[in-house]
Design a protein around this ligand. Structure first.
Ligand SMILES: NC(=O)c1ccc[n+]([C@@H]2O[C@H](COP(=O)([O-])OP(=O)(O)OC[C@H]3O[C@@H](n4cnc5c(N)ncnc54)[C@H](O)[C@@H]3O)[C@@H](O)[C@H]2O)c1
Ligand SMILES: [Zn+2]
Ligand SMILES: [Zn+2]
Length: 364
């Protein structure tokens, strides 16, 4: 069933019957939206890469930034890029030298591309590689029926995994990486910000054995209701005195582990003041205002462990996630509130923009 060709004396294997061209959602205009479905060649896998037929790609907050064309995305994304980085699919081609994968393998993408040789990679922090780049941001991604990716970043998924669950491993992994920056099993946890990642963190905290999970948003009642449904023990919002409520719920001590997923300075301050003495505060959020004021003395006198979180640990976060998904011990279905056909990309972006959703997945 497959064609073989010799390139520089090493075998390249491509499944037969693949088209030469494809239509793909491409950021072509430097303005809000600015996406068009345009024709591209189906890419060929380079040395060490696999060619993947896309099954599902979910919409990330980062994709929304690019859709909105804010200052950050103008500096990161070149016009003409096919974006989309939260994805999974089937391997249909192997580049030169790839021995780790076979045609037909089901994979999900880790979007942080690393060189594996710099000091950060060698110390086990490839997610912050000094020469790193991001698939679907700095190179073509997966709002397209086919894409290529380094074989190292094509992670095998558990047998028979729903492709929506395959695609959301990037944000689910963000949530797990943030949570595991502190104690989880038997611990009290506060999740600040109930966007898709915060909601996945509520799920993951429960699945990893947290004793109590407090979920906090501001005014998104759709997401606060969802948090309650997926098992949060206490849900708070802007009408509540968040610091006082968290202290009251934890016998005046504060939680063991606070996770910040909102990007709001108010939430960050609430989190600092409601984490127990010697507790952990893990921050994944990106702050619009980088000069955010922080109650420093609370951090010092409460002896807090404060940690910035980026991406997913390669590969310990993926190993935890693989185990949770394979054993079906995490229920992410309620957070995947919308599954659309990939041609309905614009509808998916508008839904994500509205905030009246959990995770939106595009199926191919
Ligand atoms: N560091 C990384 O590697 C990385 C990766 C992905 C996303 N992020 C960041 O993580 C964050 C979460 O991503 P997301 O897509 O789930 O975000 P999102 O924007 O969908 O959700 C943020 C939520 O926070 C809520 N919120 C606003 N103010 C609040 C407050 N004062 N208290 C509590 N909640 C409040 C909003 O109502 C919203 O529901 C974002 O800041 C995103 O930029 C970081
Ligand atoms: Zn993402
Ligand atoms: Zn590196």
């Amino acid at each position: 069933m497959s064609q073989h060709s010799r390139t520089a004396s090493l075998l390249v294997e491509i499944m037969s019957g693949l088209p030469d061209t494809m239509m793909a959602w491409t950021k072509v205009h430097g303005q809000q939206n600015g996406f068009e479905l345009i024709e591209h060649a189906v890419p060929s896998p380079g040395p060490g890469e696999v060619l993947v037929k896309t099954a599902s790609t979910s919409i990330c907050g980062t994709d929304l930034h690019i859709w909105l064309w804010d200052e950050w995305s103008k500096g990161e994304v070149e016009l003409g890029t096919i974006t989309g980085h939260e994805t999974c699919g089937t391997v249909v081609g192997l580049g030169e030298g790839v021995a780790s994968h076979s045609i037909g393998d089901q994979i999900a993408v880790e979007c942080h591309l690393a060189d594996w040789t710099c000091p950060r990679c060698l110390e086990g922090n490839a997610h912050i590689c000094e020469n790193g780049s991001i698939f679907g941001l700095h190179s073509h991604g997966a709002f397209a029926p086919y894409f290529t990716i380094q074989s190292t970043n094509a992670r095998h998924t558990p047998e028979g995994l729903d492709t929506a669950h395959g695609s959301i491993q990037d944000p689910l992994g963000n949530a797990i990486h943030t949570l595991t920056g502190g104690p989880v099993d038997g611990a009290t946890i506060a999740i600040h910000g109930l966007g898709p990642i915060g909601l996945f963190a509520v799920n993951a905290a429960k699945a990893l054995g947290a004793s109590k999970v407090i979920a906090i948003d501001w005014e998104n009642t759709y997401r606060m209701d969802l948090a309650k449904e997926i098992g949060a023990d206490l849900v708070l919002g802007k009408g509540d005195d968040i610091e006082a409520e968290i202290l009251a719920f934890t016998e005046g001590k504060g939680v063991d582990n606070s996770c910040e997923f909102s990007g709001s300075a108010t939430a960050l301050s609430n989190a600092i003041k409601s984490t127990r003495m010697g507790g952990y505060l893990n921050i994944l959020s990106v702050y619009g205002d980088t000069e955010t004021i922080v109650p420093m003395n609370d951090i010092v006198f409460r002896y807090l462990h404060l940690k910035g979180i980026n991406g997913r640990k390669m590969w310990s976060t993926w190993d935890i996630m693989h185990d949770l998904l394979a054993r079906n011990t995490i229920d992410v279905d309620m957070i995947i509130t919308h599954r659309l056909n990939w041609k309905d990309f614009q509808k998916g972006m508008e839904l994500t923009h509205s905030g009246q959703c959990g995770k939106v997945v595009l199926d191919f």
